[in-house]
Every structure is written in C-alpha cells, then in structure tokens.
Design a protein around this ligand. Structure first.
Ligand SMILES: [Zn+2]
Length: 306
C-alpha cells in the first residue's frame, strides 16, 4: 500500500507543509504573485509556512494561488483527502471524508469538489492521434427506476466519452442546449478528438455525419457487439461501455446524492483516475502527487453544497 497512513504528511501540519512546498517548488520557493525567487522564509509559531518576497514585498504561503487558499482546513487533511481520492477506484463520498477527517460534512463536500477541480487537466490535449483507435459512445444517467421510463428520460443527463483503446479518456456532458443529441456529440468531438484518429462507434446515425476523424467504423449493436474489418481490426465500443459501467457503479455506490449541476466535476474525477491508472504506469503515490501539483491556479468560487 503506497498510501501509508502513518506517514506524518497525513497527520502533522509542518510535515504536510514541507511536502507541498517541495512538490510546488522543487527548486526553492518562488513568489506566486510576482514570480521572484528572491524570497525569505519567515519563522516562529505565528509565521510558520510564511515567506516574504523581496521583489514585491508581499507575503505568501504554499496555499497562495491554489485550491487551498481561503480554506481553514489544515494542509495535512488536504493531503490525506487527496491521497484517499486518488487511490480509491470508485471515489470517496463526502460523508466518509467528513467522518475520516473529523471535519463538517459541508467542509468535506467543498474539499472534495476542490480536489476534483485539481484533477481536471489544465490544458487538455486531444484524445487519439494518427493510427490510434478512439471509441466514442454516449450514455444517459437514470438515477432511479422512475427516470428510466420513456417520458421522464428527456430530463436525464447525458454524456459522451472518448476512449482511446489502451490509452486516455475524456468524458463530457451534453447539455441539450445544442438541440438533438447528435449536435452536442459533434461539438464535443470537434473540440476533443484528434482529427487523425480512427473512430469506432455503435450504429447511431449521427456518428455517420460527424466528419471529425480520419476514418469511422461502426458496429450495429442490434446484430453484433464486435466485428472484424478486412485488415483484422476489431470494431467495438467495449472500452467505452466498460468506462460507463465503472462510472455508474461509482455513482450508485458512492455518490447517491450527486447533484447534476456538478456532474462535470465527477466526470473529471473519473477521467483523472482512468488517465493516471496503474496500467499506464502511475502508482497511487504518483497519482496523488499529480493532484497536489494540479492544485495551483484553480480556486473555486461557488459556495452552496447540495
Ligand atoms: Zn513577489
């Protein structure tokens, strides 16, 4: 287990602060306000973790300009929560963070959303590339039996996933604002799919007109789940469907009270774990440290848990 809970970074504020400083400033602290590395570390109990910038004369800490700024939660709890969210395959509910960290449910809820924000890629690269197969599929979330009935389905949230076979994933919500689902899918593909990819989809008619990839193979799910092309390439969307089922199991088991308004953040969380999974060579510890590195420049402004 790489998330050794006896590590002082999870229990001791000075150790956690040093851990975050080393991750953020591997070559020594730099002022987040003006960029100067001419800084002086201050001391004493009242100024622990504080730096004075000799360039702009301002003071800063490792929290300045990060998701931890304006939070009263000790940094060692942020480090622990990030490790827990990084290493748990289906995520951790806010109720559990609340109990494990000894903070209020409301604080745990905020914290989890800020950590999801740190998980979102700062500059997302397109999925796929030359000679790469990207499976594209869309699904809808039916939170209860009632919402699975045809009449209620119009209100269910839909999202589309781009899954590079053996590689990275990107999932995006479909807002419905673009009109028919095909329009939303095409917009997501235009922005997120590498145009030199080979796209594999099911037989939904709107994929035929997408025109966003170098080639397109479809498998008609009424007849079969996989077919072989003449040059022995397997056409299917099994990876995308596997991803949907992981997400939906997480949703049912972990996030019963997930608000649709925040769905995009949960998608970012699942994408992050998938894109930093063990099979791509990323350990639990490395995954957690990538979250902590993503914490800069992503302050959130919303306030209401629901
Ligand atoms: Zn400065």
């Amino acid at each position: 287990m790489t998330c050794d809970l006896t590590n002082p970074i999870f229990t001791d504020e000075a150790a956690a602060t040093a851990h975050l400083e080393a991750g953020r400033w591997p070559n020594g602290a730099a002022c987040p306000l003006c960029g100067s590395d001419n800084v002086t570390k201050m001391g004493g109990k009242t100024q622990a973790g504080m730096f004075q910038c000799n360039g702009c004369r301002d003071k800063f800490t490792v929290r300045t300009g990060t998701i931890w700024e304006r939070s009263h939660i000790p940094l060692h709890k942020w480090v622990l929560a990030s490790h827990l969210m990084a290493s748990s395959k289906k995520g951790i509910p806010a109720h559990q963070l609340h109990r494990m960290l000894g903070i209020t449910y409301k604080s745990a809820w905020f914290m989890a959303h800020r950590i999801r924000e740190a998980m979102a890629p700062a500059t997302p690269e397109r999925i796929g590339g030359p000679a790469k197969i990207v499976e594209v599929d869309e699904t809808e979330l039916a939170p209860s039996r009632k919402t699975r009935k045809p009449k209620a389905r119009a209100n269910n949230k839909k999202f589309v996933a781009l899954v590079e076979r053996g590689g990275r994933v990107r999932s995006k919500m479909l807002t419905g604002a673009e009109g028919p689902i095909g329009n939303g899918v095409r917009r997501v593909l235009a922005l997120n799919l590498h145009p030199e990819s080979a796209m594999h989809t099911d037989g939904a008619p709107f994929y035929k007109f997408a025109g966003v990839s170098a080639s397109h193979e479809a498998v008609n799910h009424d007849k079969q789940f996989m077919r072989m092309t003449p040059d022995r390439i397997k056409v299917h969307t099994n990876s995308a469907e596997g991803y949907f089922s992981l997400f939906k199991r997480g949703l049912v088991g972990t996030y019963q009270h997930m608000s649709e308004q925040h769905l995009h953040r949960y998608l970012a969380e699942f994408d992050f774990r998938m894109n930093n999974r063990a099979r791509l060579g990323v350990s639990d510890a490395e995954r957690a440290s990538r979250i902590l590195k993503g914490a800069g420049g992503k302050r959130l402004t919303y306030h209401q848990p629901n």
